[in-house]
Design a protein around this ligand. Sequence first.
Ligand SMILES: [Fe+2]
Length: 277
Amino acid sequence: MNAVESDFVSADASPLSAYEKAALGGNDPRCIPQHLDGPPPMCSEIVYPNYTEEEHQIWQTLYRRQIELLPNRACEEFLRGVEMLKLNPNKIPSLAELSNVLEAQTDWCIARIPGLLHEQDFFKLLAERVFPSTDYIRGKDEMGYTPAPDLFHDIFGHMPMLTNKDFADFYQLFGKAALNAKGSDRTALERFHWFTVEFGLIETPNGRRIYGAGTLSSATEVMHSLSDDVVVYPFSPERVINQDYDVWHLQPILFAIESFEELKQGFRDWTRLRGLL
Ligand SMILES: [Fe+2]
């Protein structure tokens, strides 16, 4: 445990997550994790909200800006996922329809959730191959980056990679391992999630590319993550779990995998060593 974490210890003596620490600071109430009070609507049960024209326009602006940045920056697997999902540039997509695509590709489905979930609820859904997604969009004043979840991050950032079998299998394994994690393993897995699912890079024959949802749903992070301002280390579970991070600033240190097979296998080996799977 490092100095920052030792200041924040929850009632069960587990170190608090970065989001819990941020919530304690009173930075943003949307970042306070909440428990589900019942099973969330899933797949075709998810009702399409009555979005305003302004909300569709926010989606349109965010989508167009990000899609232009993707060539030669996002990895091939992500780009293929965007095509498979057939996202409409002008209209906020339907979670029920996206869930159908994921189900056909990798046997994942989507649950509509009200905001940032408490970790155990989040991990339980992942372990069942269910991706929890919000269905509300950020405000006009947060077009660059928002640390709070919203549908643009959940849909555009996360769902394309869930069409890839290796990544989809890895993410389910992550959920299963995280359900069993206690104490320092909990912090280790949180860092693992951050530096792979949210801000991961991959080395390809055509150069370094991005697969992380936190990066690919933010124009600023896309440009920053492939710039000389970032130190990139080769992926190694032990190195990743010892790297602290801050949810409120651009990432100064990132990790690059060689393949999604390596990510899945590396994670499986590490969790087995720790007795988490
Ligand atoms: Fe995310």
